[in-house]
Design a protein around this ligand. Sequence first.
Ligand SMILES: Cc1cc2nc3c(=O)[nH]c(=O)nc-3n(C[C@H](O)[C@H](O)[C@H](O)COP(=O)(O)OP(=O)(O)OC[C@H]3O[C@@H](n4cnc5c(N)ncnc54)[C@H](O)[C@@H]3O)c2cc1C
Length: 826
Amino acid sequence: MIFWLALWVAVITVAGLFTLAVRRASGGSWTLTLAAILLAVMSLAEIGPNLSAAALVLVIAAGGLFNYPNLRRGLVSNPLLAAFRRVLPPMSRTEQEAIDAGTVWWDGELFSGSPDWDRLLSIAPPRLTAEEAAFLAGECEELCRMIDDWDSTAVQQDVPPRAWQYIKDRGFLGMIIPKQYGGRGFSAYMHSQVVQKLATRSSAACVHVMVPNSLGPAELLLHYGTREQKEHYLPRLAAGLDIPCFGLTNPHAGSDAAAIPDTGVVCRGLWQGEDVLGMRLTWEKRYITLGPIATLLGLAFRLHDPERLLGGETDLGITCALIPTGTPGVSIGRRHMPLNAVFQNGPNWGRDVFMPLDRIIGGPKMAGQGWRMLMECLAAGRSISLPSSACGYAKLAVRATGAYSRVRSQFRTPIGRFEGVEEALARMGGNLYMMDAARRMTAGAIDMGEKPSVISAIVKYHLTERGRAVVNDAMDVLGGKGICMGPANLLARPYQQLPIAITVEGANILTRSLIIYGQGAIRCHPYVLAEMRAAAEPDRFRASKDFDRAIWAHVSFAVSNTARAFLHGLTGSWFTSAPAKAASETRRYYRHLTRFSVCLAFVSDVAMLVLGGTLKRREKLSARLGDVLSMLYLASATLKRYEDEGRRRDDLPLLHWAMQDALFRIQTALEGVIANFPSRGMARCLARIVFPLGRRFGAPSDKLGHEAATLLIAPSETRDRLTAGMHIPDNETEALGAIEAALDAAAACEPIEQKIRGAVKNSLLSAERPEHLADAALEAQVITAGDHAMLTRAHALRDEVIRVDHFPQDFGRSEYAQITGAAVTG
Ligand SMILES: Cc1cc2nc3c(=O)[nH]c(=O)nc-3n(C[C@H](O)[C@H](O)[C@H](O)COP(=O)(O)OP(=O)(O)OC[C@H]3O[C@@H](n4cnc5c(N)ncnc54)[C@H](O)[C@@H]3O)c2cc1C
């Protein structure tokens, strides 16, 4: 009897404590529950009244301590604060400014353990205005018709002058500049649509348009420029009268950009015949996009004021100024050749170039504020430029390769129907579905006023990496057709140049290993930043109060997440809630994502507790935790896309593939953290709590891959939605136009080919000479003359599509020299 009673008490105790933990119960509820449990245990164990009373007093006293703030602060929180200050790694000013920059948006929800899915789904998808839609269909399409990647990269080695002029005249360089300054005043979403479309046509034109609209003089002027600076420069930049570039990178400071050795020294000097207060600048920059043709150089350098002429510190810090490139002493170097890309890129330098202080962006009061300015403005450009161009490359790869896989046959079968090729096509489709979802959701967030610094790093890294994966898969599927360069090859240039996107705006290894989680764990975690701010607070009373509030909320959060991670792992996420608005076919994905959001918060707290400040240096661990956060973001965007597009059931194989792949990757990343966690005892605890039933998620199945791949190799609305926003030439003389026409023709001929196959099977036709089958079928009246004409056209288009370019022995150098009159050397 007593055994059963004890068992009941134990079960009720565990269930009670678990419920308190999951529900983040108040300190009072914990005290009362613990007192009740104690009473029950003591009466069962027949403990004497004196001991019982003493134990009860102890519990109530401990409860009182935790529920009475002044006592709690004095006895527990303040010593904890002192210990926290000791282990907190020192943070430089530039690190602090990077942490403080930008806003936290959906990434904060994903770290909360309880993402508010209804809130996400209620956000309207971004839309173009009528004016933007007209520009995209008008000017942007027209520009696409003017440019040709092969012509630019192999012949002109630049954007053709006519197209460059059109870019300037039609305001492509001023898309982010408001109309009051003569710019286009486009939304972030429109900006993304333009960059994406241009990327499907010419990387050089895309980069030339992308860079002035990203982080650089215009963006910095808009946020920090003085009235005079805005009124002078913005109209000139919008009209293409000034070509901007931005120089941050120095040969000795690439990823560690805050360490640039370029200097400015505050001094007096002669400027246009007058003695003025200014600065003497010395710098060396390299890799600067648009640098070789720029007229206005945005320059980042460290400003010193050794004579304290500005009345403050001697080392003022990183400063941004605008330098007209015609200024005496400014040297513009020659061109780099980044992987055969022909967008303008090169070095520049200056020695003792004197500039008045009003050339500092924002004027002298902004001296030393450059790093903060750059960090604050980074989110918008980084969220748009490279993610959008990567989507453009991926769309081109998916559309062209899907069609090619249907048109190209081997072993008398379209190659897209072989399981091996299907595997690659499924990856391409699933990756692109997710990439485009994230691109749109992020651009929409910027249009809502967010400056999502962590999310911008997530989309920069993951969309460029997936873009590279998609193009790599496409190259494998295309075989020799992908490798032989020339006008008929659509993917060789994107393949060649994708590593540029991997390297710029935060090289990808650094972005994954240091930035995403390094910033995410501090910015997106609900309590860590508050604790750090409290630790840095000089007012002791305020520090104690703020820290006390944050740390106990954090403890309750961590306890709750421990219980919830275990519960959801045990129950296959069934006790999490899916949003009321979600489609039934996607509800289980929301539940799993909520579970992994809890796991991310839980494992992060354990990692921070065990590793403290050294977590920052454990890049392999923090990269994997960043992968979990990133995958949660990409998966959220994918689910939202499905709802935003009106639940297109035909697209479900792509959605399922993308979601199952993401869940599998999250599981793999968490397993990687646990397997490599330095404390093995803690690793075992983590494994029991996060994966109490072991691995539950597998990679997308072969059957699902087959369904996803099939969508890419036939004309359909799904294929059009997947590649929406591309430039698709409407004539068959263009490589992509020919592939499109060949796919349509191949699909239209399927019933005709079926008739012929039936006739061969019934011995009405001989299969010995397949090249003559169509003629024989016509002669045997198996097909009509119209059918025969369709087949003939389909075959001609197929032959055009599988054709590759060939060149004279010298690759046409002498022919080209004859045309241009240039000398041929060597
Ligand atoms: C084509 C092109 C255009 C560019 N345009 C511009 C421009 O317009 N303006 C401008 O200012 N700059 C520009 N850049 C510079 C670009 O931003 C830098 O190339 C980039 O910051 C990386 O610097 P780096 O090439 O010197 O590589 P490095 O800094 O030498 O890095 C080498 C490798 O080490 C990794 N790494 C470095 N630190 C860490 C770390 N802590 N943890 C993990 N990995 C790390 C990096 O990820 C990278 O893989 C351009 C570069 C190129 C190639």
